[in-house]
Write a new protein. Structure first.
Lengths: 545, 445
């Protein structure tokens, strides 16, 4: 044992360090970019569960100037100022706070966001999930937003977390799914303002014991209003603690299916059968871990990680459990291959939240990012290596079905209590940068400075004035064929750039095959690499940005 | 996640960890050693009941008397681990190994902790392999090693380990379930089906096995059969969700008879009779005067048609608690069934007196009155029962019966047809309705 003890000390020390000394280079540019939004989410001791999650955000181009803007959410602040922020992209990597001018400042508990042009007027609108009434901020097109919640007949009073738009009934407008969490009132049953205990330290009570709230599917009526279609679409049933939600055509039948990560309950996979949904998660193998346990699902990422042209699912989970990668094996079935892919043991010390697949090194294989952070500030006192502030994890896709964790940077300051996460090419240099939303701190904007990256292509797909949400794009370089979908929402309380980024490795051109919503195909041959393109449905000419 | 914590706690305390082969204690005063043993045994008893904080105190007391006893250090570590105090637990495991390097238990505990908390799969596997060399009979260590292989995607290794456990102990259902699931993950559907069917045969309440089998069959182009197993898994999963808080309450309050009888009542409702009986019996082992425990057993045996045994338990329940309305009512039903009408009426009347708002107690009483020819009292009871619970089927049938006895078949039919769903699967009632319709037709002629 005298030999073992130092070994253990060394091993535990190793878990506290970034994985690789000289990993890919991402530079924290938050300050120089002009982002100073401080998310102060309630008290620092986090006695209430509501205080432990409010940090989301993402990339959008609200003013259609071709530069990505940033929207951020956060919790109720002690000074009662707004807990949201909209930063306008100025170019050259800089942003300006336009919250007040745009009318997007929201007080209270703002959880997550989804961006989409719900009213088909050509610019993206904002949907905010909140504790209390959710809010729809309609983009007026003049650089300001209006609260259109009531006019649109939205405004769920639950505790919304995940939200995502898609055209589930293929009628040409964007519908909305909202994942709701639990009934919660400070001082109310079953929490009573008391402290609970977790890992031997004081902890906010819940969610165990709380009543699950029903998720809601809103159908866009095409006249600026939505109606609750949950029942008629077949989505009523047992309620779970809904968290991340992502639309994707998982069975490749031309309509979007829905995956929802549920905290402490089986995850849901709603197969879309012509506008009617059936939860196939149990038989598909995506409800539980491979060894048959319900996990604490938080964030969701859906993408084809192994380039077999089938969309796979990744779910981030609680600490002392593994994040789960479900490989799509076809015919509607999935297999938990987390361990085989190298994602199991490495994720156990961390509590995962925001997550996405993206090809940071542009080698043609989608890598994986997971934002981490524990729930309990007191967890540092529990010992055993558990930490409140945790490093985020970047996994490089090795192209052989496996991932290897690589470090983002080596500074201790990189440890935050992270929740939401999104990617986007904010500096328009053709690679993907990272936004991480943190609790009781500023967000982190990480600029991709990875050297020696491959070639790339970025596609913005427009169907008339609308972003072509749900479009599937195949890019073929001869050596490789990849697929992406235009998605909203997903991750955790966040949304990434809706433009599609493809890493092409050494290829200098690629064929592009688009399946538009509704099934129409459009093909472009030998499209030169290293450009941003806009593709309009039915127009056989690429527009270079 | 919480399920997993419970799993690990159970893994830590459920099975007997291998004791050190031979502990060479320093010379101690005999009295001191005895005190240490007493404290240690008290700790074991507390730990078995899930009272880890108290167990910790007992082990610390034992260590005061015998600070070099590796077993005491190890068990203190287990109690600390169960409280998620990992650093302290680790120190105790290390101390135990310092004193007794060939002690398998702390190797297992450390291995488990390294994987669970830190995800260190290879280090954990090494420690567990060492433990198995020291104590090849340590099945729990083997099982955990198999789980680590499985979660890390090393399915052939996991299959080998689970197979070895199952070969040594065919009733090790956890290992057999994971063996089936590992085959499923690996895509070996015939083997997965074979193993999971075995599990279901031995334990028809294991949702993971049902789900795994359902998935296996669906992937083997037997989708219809697969869906049936998936649906059963869903139901069992929901049952487990309902059982969970009661199970946790039972673990938290293992000496409270009510915690056991509440859990047993749910097991009984879900048809898991063995477990129901176990917890009802436990409730009356804790408190031999606990009436609801006897009542629950009576209810369970009554459902199984063992009326004599059920009656004995109801009488025992009422001996200790004469206010148990359900026991009076059910005893009334048993007596009624035996034709002892007068005695059954007495029991029903007591039930109604104790629980005047329970419609079906009143309806049962009304039925007995009807049989005794007391039509007015029967009608009053039926009306009262319907007032308490308008959708109570038995009360509508009773009221119809009363009208029929008064040759008022139109009113009888009205009652019998009050709830359309009633007649659908009640052959006797359908016969009554047909008869009443014929009589009405005859009256019309």
């Amino acid at each position: 044992m005298n030999k073992l003890s130092p070994l253990l000390v060394f091993l535990l020390f190793c878990t506290a360090l970034p994985v690789q000394g000289a990993g890919p280079q991402f530079t924290d540019v938050t300050q120089t970019a002009g982002i100073d939004f401080l998310n102060a989410a309630g008290s620092t001791d986090k006695q209430h569960i509501i205080e432990t999650q409010a940090a989301g955000g993402g990339f959008l181009d609200y003013d259609l100037d071709g530069r990505l803007d940033l929207f951020l959410t956060g919790g109720a602040r002690p000074d009662s100022t707004a807990g949201t922020a909209l930063y306008r992209g100025l170019g050259e990597g800089r942003f300006n706070d336009e919250t007040t001018r745009t009318g997007t400042g929201m007080k209270g508990w703002n959880m997550g966001v989804a961006f989409a042009d719900y009213d088909a007027d050509g610019d993206p609108d904002l949907y905010l999930t909140r504790w209390g009434r959710d809010v729809l901020l309609a983009n007026r097109g003049d650089g300001t937003f209006a609260d259109s919640t009531s006019a649109a007949m939205l405004g769920s009073e639950g505790w919304g977390i995940g939200a995502a738009f898609a055209d589930y009934d293929l009628d040409g407008d964007l519908d909305l799914y909202v994942a709701n969490y639990i009934d919660f009132e400070p001082g109310g049953s079953p929490f009573y303002d008391g402290w609970c205990s977790h890992n031997g330290v004081p902890a906010a009570c819940g969610p165990t014991g709380a009543t699950a709230q029903a998720d809601i599917l809103y159908r866009n009526e095409g006249d600026g209003t939505f109606s609750n279609a949950t029942g008629e679409a077949g989505m009523l049933g047992t309620n779970y603690y809904g968290m991340g939600a992502a639309w994707s055509d998982l069975d490749a039948d031309g309509d979007p299916d829905l995956y929802v990560a549920n905290d402490g309950h089986p995850n849901s996979l709603w197969r879309n059968d012509g506008g009617h949904f059936v939860n196939k998660s149990l038989s598909a193998g995506t409800a539980y871990s491979g060894d048959g346990r319900a996990q604490a699902g938080m964030g969701v990422a859906v993408a084809d990680f192994d380039n077999d042209l089938q969309i796979d699912i990744f779910v981030s989970n609680f600490t002392r459990d593994h994040n789960t990668l479900y490989r799509n094996t076809g015919r509607g079935f999935f297999t938990d291959i987390s361990g085989r892919a190298g994602l199991a043991g490495s994720s156990r010390p961390f509590m995962g939240w925001g997550t996405f697949f993206f090809d940071y090194d542009q080698d043609g294989w989608q890598d994986l990012f997971v934002a981490n952070g524990h729930l309990l500030p007191a967890i540092d006192r529990a010992g055993g290596g558990l930490r409140y502030r945790q490093r985020n994890q970047l996994y490089r896709n090795l192209g052989n079905g496996r991932f290897r964790e690589v470090s983002i940077d080596t500074s201790q300051s990189a440890r935050q209590v992270s929740r939401g996460a999104a990617y986007g090419d904010y500096d328009e240099d053709g690679d993907l940068d990272i936004l991480v939303c943190n609790l009781d701190a500023k967000p982190t904007l990480l600029r991709n400075d990875v050297p020696g990256k491959g070639h790339w292509i970025i596609l913005a797909l427009r169907s008339g004035d609308l972003e072509a949400v749900g479009a599937r794009v195949f890019v073929d370089t001869g050596d490789q064929r990849q697929i992406r979908e235009v998605q909203t929402g997903s991750s955790f309380q966040s949304q990434s750039d809706t433009r599609l980024h493809f890493g092409l490795e050494s290829a200098i051109a690629a064929d592009i095959d688009i399946i538009w919503p509704g099934g129409q195909r459009q093909v472009f041959h030998a499209v030169p690499a290293n450009h941003h393109y806009t593709i309009r449905r039915g127009v056989d000419r690429l527009i270079t940005e | 996640m919480r399920f997993f914590i419970i799993l690990l706690i159970c893994a830590a305390c459920g099975d007997e960890p291998p004791a050190p082969a031979k502990i060479e204690l320093p010379l101690l005063d005999l009295q001191q050693a005895n005190m240490g043993i007493q404290a240690f045994n008290a700790g074991r008893a507390l730990q078995a009941r899930g009272q880890f904080t108290q167990a910790e105190q007992a082990y610390r007391q034992a260590l005061k008397e015998a600070p070099s006893n590796p077993q005491y250090h190890y068990y203190l570590g287990v109690a600390l681990h169960a409280q998620s105090r990992f650093t302290e637990a680790q120190k105790q495991f290390e101390k135990a190994l310092e004193i007794k390097p060939d002690y398998a238990g702390p190797h297992i505990a450390l291995g488990k902790m390294l994987y669970d908390v830190h995800g260190m799969a290879s280090e954990a596997r090494e420690l567990l392999t060492t433990a198995l060399q020291l104590a090849p009979e340590a099945t729990e260590a083997r099982y955990i090693l198999g789980l680590i292989h499985q979660r890390e995607g090393q399915w052939p290794e996991a299959i080998n380990i689970f197979s070895a456990i199952v070969a040594a102990d065919t009733s090790h259902l956890k290992a057999r379930t994971q063996l089936g699931l590992a085959h499923l993950q690996q895509g070996d559907y015939p083997q997965a089906e074979h193993e999971l069917r075995q599990v279901i045969r031995l334990n028809p309440h294991e949702p993971a096995a049902f789900l795994g089998l359902g998935q296996t069959l669906s992937r083997s182009s037997k989708d219809e059969e697969g869906q049936r197993f998936v649906e059963r898994a869903r139901i069992l999963g929901e049952q487990n969700t309902q059982l969970k808080p009661h199970h946790e309450a039972m673990l938290k309050y293992p000496n409270q008879p009510k915690a056991h009888s509440n859990l047993a009542a749910l097991y009984n409702r879900f048809g898991r009779l063995k477990l129901a009986a176990e917890h009802y019996h436990q409730s009356i082992r804790i408190d031999s005067t606990y009436g609801p425990g006897y009542q629950g057993l009576g209810n369970m045996y009554q459902r199984r048609g063992k009326d004599a045994l059920a009656a004995r338990y109801y009488l025992e329940a009422l001996r200790w608690d004469s206010t148990l309305a359900e026991s009076h009512n059910n005893l009334g039903l048993l007596l009624h069934g035996k034709g002892e009408l007068e005695k059954s009426i007495q029991q029903y009347e007591k039930a109604v007196q104790l629980a005047p708002d329970v419609g079906f107690y009143i309806s049962n009483l009304g039925n007995a009155y009807l049989e005794a020819g007391e039509l007015d009292r029967a009608k009053t009871a039926a009306d009262r029962a319907i007032a308490k619970n308008p959708s109570l089927v038995s009360a509508h049938i009773l009221l119809g019966d009363v009208y029929a006895r008064q040759d008022d078949f139109a009113q009888a039919l009205k009652q019998w047809q009050a709830i359309p769903a009633i007649a659908a699967d009640n052959e006797r009632l359908r016969a009554k309705i047909t008869d009443a319709q014929q009589r009405l037709a005859a009256q019309a002629k």
